[in-house]
Design a protein around this ligand. Structure first.
Ligand SMILES: Cc1cc2nc3c(=O)[nH]c(=O)nc-3n(C[C@H](O)[C@H](O)[C@H](O)COP(=O)(O)OP(=O)(O)OC[C@H]3O[C@@H](n4cnc5c(N)ncnc54)[C@H](O)[C@@H]3O)c2cc1C
Length: 493
């Protein structure tokens, strides 16, 4: 079977894949590329999730691309607007024409002899396996399973007479008007769903095992609006992007250094917005420190307003089992419901579930070490995008894509055919993601590790990454470049 060859093969047409392709088109117009996308649409997360009120929880000035200003006033945007933004960007740069939909990448084999990847994809329409070859494989495949959200094994779930829905698989025709809705969870999805459903539902109860930190942010930021009025669009966008990034960094650093102060401030903010006498300690004070898990942002305090209006309430308890009418809690209470939403999370998956092999040997991801948070030790010409845990995903995705362009130019200028990250000499290894959230803990053992120091350490710090990825050298002690393919008189740099 004839194989198509491209310089760069991108896996995934979400925010990262489309961004990566735009960067290539802008900085490396001579390079050929194709995007293989398992689904039949552009947008990834922002096309998949269709639950009521789906929105970003970081601001669009940092979740937007560096090269494409977010021009709407609302900094926290709804899913449709984000999907439209990604699609518009793809159209603007002609990237939509380069996407092969319904192509799920399942396997990629690196051959050092030929200095190229052979990539196998399953076609959704015909069921056949198709092959592509590429010089560089760029995984922009997100971080979770698309086919199945995570639901714990709830005892007796089959006994429940009402409807159980997972936010990742929202039925288009779900009618919950006037109904008693129970949302299980306390993460970003739960805090989005509760106020969105509260206006239509009879009542919405958020049932959480343990609380999350919740911070109310204005959906339209007055400081950003002022800058947007004063400066030309592109300048204002860049200024607001940096401003918001620094604000998030400040919050993160303060949370890590002065957790008690941040706890006090968050508690004070909540007290002011919740009804008098509300039990903030039980329902909004986690046992962990701020930013040990992702903080939940609520635009204009919508969740707190819904609670204050009596449209929603929070119960903090454990589920003993599902019953015919709802759920029974360990405290003995039975919560009755017509619809139960299991906002219980995602199933983490690394590199889109693609099996990687290098010269015939399977790559065992947990044994690899991330290099600059974007390549893997021992895996040549392979790059992946994994966004920040404490700031907007796209800040990192843009830097990774820019780095790829620099890397390709550098390799062309020096006649290199391959670039392979090395293992750090220090044996210290740490988990790749430094969050203690359930979905992270469940999936970490299948993920690559990080090392103790740069360039194998992720700092989750944008300014530091700007220096490392945008301005730092692409040649350092952590990588090996090779000119001719190995076995054909390779000269290693
Ligand atoms: C509900 C929700 C809200 C979020 N809100 C925010 C937020 O406010 N701020 C933030 O920074 N982050 C947020 N995130 C994280 C979010 O996933 C990223 O912001 C961003 O959308 C990731 O883009 P991506 O393109 O890397 O991955 P995705 O959006 O996951 O897209 C990956 C694409 O790759 C495709 N793909 C995967 N595997 C394969 C394969 N093997 N073969 C072919 N195609 C494949 C998928 O079909 C998909 O289209 C949120 C996540 C969720 C689930």
């Amino acid at each position: 079977m004839a194989e198509e060859h491209v310089d760069v093969l991108i896996v995934g047409a979400g925010l990262s894949g489309i961004g990566a392709a735009c960067h290539l088109r802008r900085a490396c117009p001579g390079k050929t590329f194709t995007i293989l996308e398992a689904r039949d649409a552009i947008g990834g997360t922002w096309d998949l999730f269709r639950y009521p009120g789906v929105r970003s929880d970081s601001d669009m000035f940092t979740l937007g691309y560096s090269f494409k200003p977010w021009t709407q006033a609302k900094a926290i945007a709804d899913g449709d607007s984000i999907r439209d933004y990604v699609r518009e960007t793809a159209g603007q740069y002609g990237i939509d024409r380069e996407v092969r939909f319904g192509h799920r990448v399942v396997r990629a084999e690196w051959s050092s002899k030929h200095a190229r990847w052979t990539v196998e994809a399953l076609r959704a329409d015909t069921g056949e396996t198709v092959r592509f070859t590429c010089s560089l494989l760029f995984a922009c495949s997100g971080y979770y399973r698309y086919d199945q959200g995570y639901t714990p094994d709830f005892e007796g779930i089959e006994d429940f007479a009402g409807q159980v829905v997972h936010p990742q698989h929202w039925p288009e025709d779900l009618d919950y008007s006037g109904k008693r809705v129970l949302v299980i969870g306390s993460g970003a999805t739960a805090v989005t769903l509760v106020p969105s459903m509260a206006d239509t539902a009879g009542h919405v109860t958020m049932l959480q095992r343990s609380p999350s930190y919740v911070l109310s942010l204005p959906s339209v930021d007055p400081a950003a609006e002022r800058l947007r009025r004063l400066l030309p669009t592109k300048t204002a966008y860049a200024a607001v992007r940096w401003m918001n990034m620094f604000r998030m960094m400040l919050l993160f650093q303060l949370s890590r250094r002065k957790p008690d102060l941040v706890k006090r401030l968050l508690r004070k903010g909540l007290r002011a917005q919740l009804p008098a006498g509300y039990d903030v300690d039980t329902h909004f004070t986690p046992t962990y420190n701020p930013w040990d898990q992702r903080m939940c942002f609520v635009p204009d305090g919508d969740l707190l307003k819904a609670i204050k209006r009596g449209r929603a309430s929070v119960v903090t308890d454990r589920i003993e089992r599902f019953t015919e009418r709802g759920v029974r809690l360990t405290s003995g209470t039975e919560l009755e419901a017509d619809v139960i939403v299991t906002a219980t999370g995602l199933n983490l998956v690394a590199m889109g579930g693609v099996t990687l092999t290098v010269d015939g040997a399977d790559v065992e991801l947990p044994k690899t070490v991330a290099y600059k948070g974007m390549m893997l030790s021992g895996v040549p010409n392979f790059v992946y995008t994994l966004g920040y845990t404490n700031a907007s995903w796209t800040l990192k995705a843009d830097l990774v894509a820019e780095y790829v362009c620099r890397l390709l130019k550098h390799m062309d200028a020096h006649g290199y055919r391959s670039v392979t990250p090395l293992e750090p000499t220090s044996p210290a290894r740490e988990p790749l993601i430094d969050l203690k959230s359930g979905y992270v803990r469940r999936g970490l053992d299948k993920m690559p590790k990080q090392g103790a120091s740069a360039p194998w350490r992720l700092h989750q710090n944008y300014p530091r990454d700007v220096l490392l990825l945008r301005h730092g050298s692409v040649e350092d002690e952590g990588v090996e470049f090779a000119r001719a393919p190995v076995g054909q008189g390779a000269s290693v740099a």
